[in-house]
Structures are given as structure tokens and as C-alpha cells.
Design a protein around this ligand. Sequence first.
Ligand SMILES: [Zn+2]
Length: 55
Amino acid sequence: MAQKHLVKLVCTVCGSSNYYTHRNAKSVTEKLELIKYCKKERKRTLHKEGKVKSS
Ligand SMILES: [Zn+2]
């Protein structure tokens, strides 16, 4: 099994968790920071990686 971690992308402006994605822990070491569209604010904002609790 490849080591994949489910992470969420959290809007740094309003704190909404707008996106979920997988990241490979081996190839990606730095935290994700992406400009994404925030539905709540209806504009593009910086989203940062946040942890998702595994069930
Ligand atoms: Zn937002």
C-alpha cells in the first residue's frame, strides 16, 4: 500500500474546509498551500493543508 494521507484544504480567511485531497507523504514533504475558490466568500483565497481525523 502506498502511503497516502487524506488532507483537507482549509481556507485561511474564513476557516472553511472546502477541499479534500490525498497527498503522498514520501514525495511531498512541505505543507500544501494553494489558491482555491472559496464558495463561502465567492472568491479565490489561500488554502492550507489541514489534517483529517482517520476513523
Ligand atoms: Zn473562505
